[in-house]
Design a protein. Structure first.
Length: 302
């Protein structure tokens, strides 16, 4: 070994990957891991068994009820469901179209109203007052009543350019109703951003508009994404309220088929179509909520 040369430590041996590969759990730790895995499997089996027993008990109670034969013939007729399903599917596609159009309008209008309500510019006081009145009024009116008011009241005004298509009138009513709710969700998200974020952006030279666009708004949207999804799940279901105006959406198609054949199985088919959309959306919203909670805990730990 040369005395004039200094020994350089091998940094690769102290890298995180090397440390991870060199780590070997103790016998006690391996025993704890095996116990956790076995406990998790046991809990899974117990939960599954209890769920199956509960479903079997409910099904047995329903089948044993005195009126089961009549309910079975009126609500669970497979031939009637197959006959009505094409019409139900075409009607449900109209529900999806109404949902997509209304969702875009609600997002845009709700965000604009929320931005107006959180601004402190003195010149925008009339707009803030109008936005507050709008939110208070349309959150207080039941959505079904609003569908009646818009669907029958707007054409009665006989204004030039007034839409006459029932589904368009239904979309307008749903947009007016849900924009009030979504605006409050956005406003809560904007207010949840810490003022230090705004101050830091202004210290970096951003003006008010740039601060809102690049700093405040992205964080606000991320914070309110789960409740926004919950509102849109409710919106997808409430598109069925437009049936009172007469468009051939899923509920209206089921009603026509049921009135013609005196069988209520088409209502069950329409319900299954809505469930096929809302359950995945609900699980996705739950997943986002869990991720947001974990992120909040991680930030608090730091």
């Amino acid at each position: 070994m040369d005395i004039g040369k200094t020994a350089v430590p091998d940094r690769s041996a102290t890298s995180p990957d090397a440390l991870d590969s060199a780590y070997r759990p103790s016998d006690h730790e391996r025993e704890r891991q095996r116990y956790r895995r076995s406990r998790k499997r046991r809990h899974t089996w117990v939960s599954t068994l209890c769920t199956l027993l509960g479903v079997v008990a409910v099904a047995a109670a329903a089948v044993a009820s005195p009126g089961w034969e009549r309910v079975d013939s009126l609500f669970f007729d497979g031939a009637e469901l197959r006959s009505a399903f094409p019409d139900l599917l075409r009607g449900f596609w109209l529900n999806v179209q109404m949902f997509l159009v209304a969702e875009v309008l609600i997002l845009v209008l709700g965000l604009l109203i929320a931005l107006v309500r959180v601004t402190r510019a003195p010149g925008l006081q009339p707009l803030r007052l109008a936005a507050t009145v709008y939110v208070d009024v349309f959150r207080g009116v039941p959505t079904l009543l609003l569908v009646f008011l818009v669907g029958f009241g707007l054409p009665a005004l006989q204004l030039q350019g007034t839409p006459s298509e029932p589904w368009i009138l239904g979309v307008i009513a749903l947009t007016l109703s849900y924009t009030a709710y979504v605006a409050e969700v956005f406003r809560a998200g904007l207010n949840s951003v810490h003022p230090a974020q705004r101050n830091a952006a202004r210290a970096l030279g951003l003006n008010e508009r740039q601060t809102v666009r690049h700093v405040v708004l992205p964080q606000a949207v991320r914070n309110v994404l789960p409740p926004l999804l919950n509102d849109f799940i409710a919106l997808q279901k409430d598109t069925a309220l437009v049936a009172v105006l007469g468009p051939l959406e899923a509920l209206r198609a089921a009603q026509i088929k049921a009135d013609y054949d005196f069988n209520y199985t088409p209502y069950l088919g329409a319900a299954l179509l809505f469930i096929a959309v809302t359950i995945p959306l609900t699980r996705f919203a739950d997943r986002l909520q869990r991720k947001a909670t974990l992120r909040t805990w991680a930030e608090a730990a730091r």
